[in-house]
Design a protein around this ligand. Structure first.
Ligand code: FAD
Ligand code: N01
Length: 523
């Protein structure tokens, strides 16, 4: 019997193991993949890299680690982020308590948690920490006929370790979210011809990626503590000065100049963080959205393509914006074709490629599905988690997830979710959120000393209503996004993350703890 079982060995699971060990607890990690790293193990598609600067998209818990590790780029690629997480696993001697290649399929509470793995192994623990990731379950391909396809196909979220050779191939990419936007320019460079099948265009800003100069690294390291604490005090977990003005308070020219500065910053918050009301006021948002659309028109030579690539269906920032390296410019290439599958939807995959309902046929050797994930709830409901009364989490969340603080659920004692629905995780620099969630859980376990904890129904209802109300006061629900569950057919349409920001969320979590874990029953 372990003190705790942790499911997942990504950023969350690795840190959870380190913290729980530090408390003297016996903890075991189960990880379905053949290696550690989570997102950065699975997403090896060409061009995969982070959208938060490396010096901020990294753990803060160890000043020694911060000083030792040298990031080579502002936004490093997947291999470097994976190498960092592998280094963390080695440096903190985590591997000896991680069982790789082991998927957890069921967990049942009966005084403690009894966990079953895919191979039928049963293991028990007092506490269960689900560090299973928000974006770890790729959506199955929703198009008919894939089995008949004679070419090669891959989902970006399950990319083969040996890589994919696109040389001279006729390649089709379905999907233009962050994964599509990152991979399309790189695939275009190699492919014989690339066809991009776009249903909905996305806002994307240039990353202005590049090597990190040694003096920049030195400056960051010299003041790392301050940088981290600034990040924790922001809304997004990305260190930046907070906006102080409404976008509608300033004149057109001043606003354009401010957006231009933001554009050149190469940051998720360069434009979004410019004014206080971009995510709450449609008129304010329109000014930023139109600025980005004007940039797309400058970058894309063909006016029809430029219009097709210009998002008009959702306010800027209500889907996670992308940071790209030459995305829009890729459509100026002669060997790249943009196809609007909103206008003429994909009918089926055929033996030789893809056919649309309008009857257009595209002959393809390789298909890439950058079609996203069953986000936030997918990895949790994939496990048959049954609580104190035998009811499953899947059934309990049928009409949408309900949690207390995104960290716990009523009816599921001693269960903790890292970056669960109802937390600000996916709206933030996720490392900042992950460290805060794990620290809160670890402090809670230290407080419990083996006792049982369960969120009360009342606290859960109040928190779920708060998450909904805060979300409803923003523009987020106006988008058909994965934040809303809108990308998965049949998934309830509920705004899942907490939009109150990481600083406020931390304060609320700390207050709950300071009041002896208010809203929880402890026995
Ligand atoms: P994950 O990294 O998803 O790890 C969860 C692990 O749990 C996985 O390894 C999975 O195999 C395992 N698992 C799940 N279910 C089971 C089970 N039943 N049994 C056993 N194991 C299981 N966020 C940012 O803030 N900035 C970024 O720049 C950024 N870039 C991203 C790029 C991509 C391509 C993607 C997909 C996401 C990105 N994210 C980014 C979000 C990213 O998911 C988080 O930043 C972070 O890596 C999540 O860590 P995690 O440990 O919580 O989850
Ligand atoms: O997935 P997505 P993603 N037919 O869901 C299209 C993080 N991330 O993997 O919008 C045709 O955003 C779908 O079209 P539509 C980041 O948080 C970060 O790209 O549903 N098209 C959309 O265009 C991100 O938000 C980075 O109309 C179909 C695309 O596929 C999250 O992960 C990199 C379709 C899916 O976009 C998810 O990003 C990668 C169908 N049947 C990921 N089904 C960084 O940059 C779906 N689509 C750090």
């Amino acid at each position: 019997m372990y003190d705790a079982i942790i499911v997942g060995a990504g950023l969350s699971g690795l840190y959870a193991l380190h913290r729980l060990r530090g408390l003297g607890l016996r903890a075991k990690v189960f990880e379905a993949a053949g290696g550690v790293g989570g997102t950065w193990h699975w997403n090896r598609y060409p061009g995969a890299r982070c959208d938060v600067e490396s010096v901020d998209y990294s753990y803060s818990f160890s000043p020694e680690l911060e000083q030792e590790w040298d990031w080579t780029e502002k936004f490093p690629g997947q291999p470097e982020i994976l190498a960092y997480l592998e280094h963390v696993a080695d440096r903190f001697d985590l591997r000896r308590d991680i069982l790789l290649g082991t998927r957890v399929v069921a967990a049942r509470f009966d005084g403690g948690w009894h966990v079953t793995t895919e191979t039928g192994e049963r293991v028990s623990a007092r506490y269960l920490v689900m560090a299973t990731g928000c974006l770890s379950v790729p959506k199955p391909v929703e198009v008919d006929g894939l089995a008949s396809f004679r070419g090669e196909w891959h989902h970006t979220g399950r990319w083969p370790h040996e890589g994919v050779d696109f040389t001279g191939r006729r390649v089709g990419v379905v999907g233009t979210g962050s994964s599509g936007i990152q991979s399309i320019p790189v695939i275009a460079e190699q492919a014989g011809h690339l066809t991009v099948f776009q249903r909905t265009p996305n806002f994307s800003l240039p990353a202005y990626n590049g090597p990190l100069a040694p003096e920049t690294r030195r400056a960051v390291k010299a003041a790392y503590g301050l940088r981290r604490s600034l990040a924790r005090q922001t809304h997004s977990g990305i260190p930046a000065e907070p906006a102080v003005q409404s976008a509608l308070e300033v004149g057109h020219e001043e606003r354009l100049a401010r957006y231009q500065t933001g554009w050149e910053r190469g940051s998720l918050v360069g434009i979004l963080g410019a004014y206080t009301d971009l995510l709450i006021d449609r008129a304010a948002n329109d000014t930023a959205a139109e600025f980005v659309r004007s940039k797309i028109r400058e970058l894309v030579e063909d006016p029809a393509d430029a219009e097709l690539l210009s998002p008009r269906d959702h306010p800027f920032g209500t889907k996670r914006p992308c940071l790209d390296s030459g995305y829009f410019e890729t459509f100026n290439r002669d060997d790249v074709t943009l196809v609007d599958v909103r206008e003429d939807p994909i009918a089926e995959i055929t033996a030789n490629g893809l056919r649309t309902t309008g009857g257009s046929e595209y002959e393809l050797d390789t298909l890439v599905f950058a079609t996203g994930f069953d986000a936030m709830t997918g990895a949790l409901t994939a496990v048959d988690i049954r609580g104190a009364h035998g009811r499953s989490l899947r059934e309990t969340w049928e009409a949408g997830p309900r949690t207390y603080l995104g960290l716990a659920a009523a009816g599921f004692p001693n269960l903790f979710t890292v970056t669960g629905p109802g937390s600000p995780s996916v709206l933030s620099n996720m490392v900042v959120s992950i460290e805060q969630h794990v620290d809160w859980i670890a402090d809670c376990l230290a407080f419990l000393e083996g006792r049982t904890i369960e969120a009360t129904e009342a606290a859960q209802e109040a928190w779920t209503a708060h998450v909904r109300d805060v979300g409803a006061a923003t523009l987020y629900p106006a988008a058909d996004s994965w934040y809303m569950g809108a990308n998965v057919p049949g998934k309830p349409r509920v705004f899942m993350p907490y939009a109150g920001g990481v600083a406020l969320y931390r304060q609320l979590c700390d207050e709950v703890a300071a009041k002896g874990y208010e809203g929880f029953a402890i026995t």
